[in-house]
Design a protein around this ligand. Structure first.
Ligand code: NAD
Ligand code: ZN
Length: 379
């Protein structure tokens, strides 16, 4: 089968790899129809991790089931399914508590959190930017889709990661009807957080970024765009909220945050959130901060230690939630919002390309080139 293989920093190629196949009775084999490039793939693509050359990417996957193991009861050949990026066994201590993002069985290294397809430090699992994918514990890890799955792939594939992740950010931030919510980052995850805040009934959603194309997408769903290359984003949020600050905020950038003013700071967005959110407000952080960031320019950040403004955070009595999203917790409801015509997460899709064009897509998406917001690949 063909797959998007990591060759080294900023180098991928599409080439033949061994076919995925059923290995255990609980496995399901999926022919991938749709697989996305994610901001999270860039941690590996940019060479910031120890992802081994020769492995392949892909954790935002959907497709059609072509074979099931003898121990699979629910999923059937022919089903269209979307695969939550968290791989989980369904019956360890964490899975039973709904913490499928921290499954103890699928992740062989107890010092690392959770497991995913085609990911550094998240278990040995192969990725789905390929023609075939082996899904372990298939009954648990496949979300079955309805009859409109084939026509609406660009919507449903977002259930694998970024729609539930954006929703999780708003859940951690406690977004309620009427709230004024600020979101840092208008990448795919930030835009999904903006959509989720709107679904939850936020009265005002403000989105901070500096890419005009991404800010336009935020405006297209009714959010207020704040361009931090032109204005001080904290002041802009205070101006929008009668000087009080937003009720809550979402961090959807992570350790790759840049400051357009050039005063780079390893924890820029978190500190700006502390300043933008009101006293006692909540912050949901889904942008990735890693225990080590060897590529960082700052010594502290190299060790994953961030200069977080804890004093102001404490003084304001704020709360914070963080970590990987437990996709399964939300994806049925979000699937049914899509099916019911109440949510169209595909509004962020800028390109639908054949798998063979993945190398150029990675290059453009990594450079945040104008108009390259979200790439959907079809093997
Ligand atoms: P992305 O890199 O395409 O988007 C990030 C956006 O943030 C870009 O548009 C960039 O211009 C903007 N940005 C950079 N610095 C900023 C700043 N100082 N202020 C405001 N905006 C700034 O990536 P994405 O796909 O949207 O992913 C975003 C983050 O979410 C990544 O860290 C990714 O790994 C993470 N993520 C987490 C989970 C989870 O489960 N927690 C799941 C998926 C993705
Ligand atoms: Zn992703």
């Amino acid at each position: 089968m063909r797959a998007v293989v990591y060759e080294g920093p900023r180098q991928v190629s599409v080439k033949e790899v061994p076919d995925a196949r059923i290995e255990r009775p609980t496995d399901v084999l999926v022919r991938i129809t749709t697989t996305n490039i994610c901001g999270s793939d860039l941690h590996m693509y940019e060479g910031r991790t120890d992802f081994e050359p020769g492995r392949w990417f892909g954790h935002e996957n959907m497709g059609q089931v072509i074979e099931v193991g003898d121990g699979v009861d629910k999923v059937q050949v022919g089903d269209y399914v979307v695969l939550p990026f968290n791989i989980a066994c369904g019956h360890c201590k964490n899975c039973e508590r709904g913490l499928t993002n921290y499954c103890l069985t699928a992740q062989p290294e107890p010092s690392w959190a959770g497991a995913a397809y085609g990911f550094a430090d998240m278990g040995p699992w192969a990725g789905g930017q390929a023609e075939l994918l082996r899904v372990p514990w298939g009954d648990f890890n496949c979300l079955r889709l309805g009859e409109d799955a084939q026509e609406r792939q660009a919507d449903y594939v977002m259930l694998a990661d970024i729609f539930p992740t954006g929703y999780h950010a708003t859940e951690l931030a406690g977004v309620k009807p009427g709230d004024q919510t600020v979101i840092y980052g208008a990448g795919p995850v930030g835009l999904m957080a903006a959509l989720s805040a709107t679904i939850r009934g936020a009265g005002k959603v403000m989105v901070v970024d500096r890419h005009p194309d991404r800010l336009r997408l935020a405006e297209s769903i009714g959010a207020i765009a704040i361009d931090d290359s032109k204005v001080d984003p904290v002041q802009a949020v205070l101006d929008q909220t009668m000087g009080l600050g937003a009720d809550n905020g979402c961090e959807c950038v992570g350790y790759q945050a840049h400051d357009p003013a050039g005063e780079e700071h390893p924890n820029l967005t978190m500190n700006r959130l502390v300043a933008s959110v009101r006293f006692t407000g909540k912050i949901g952080n889904v942008g990735v901060f890693v225990p080590q960031d060897p590529g960082a320019s700052d010594e502290l950040a190299k060790q994953g230690k961030l200069a977080f403004d804890y004093g102001t955070f404490w003084f304001k009595g704020q709360h914070i939630g963080s970590g990987q999203a437990p996709v399964k917790r939300y994806n049925r409801q979000l699937r049914d919002l899509i099916a019911g015509g109440k949510a169209e997460p595909s509004f962020i899709v800028s390109h639908e390309l054949p798998l063979d064009r993945a190398p150029e897509a990675y290059d453009h998406f990594d450079k945040r080139d104008d108009g390259w917001t979200k790439v959907v690949l079809h093997p």
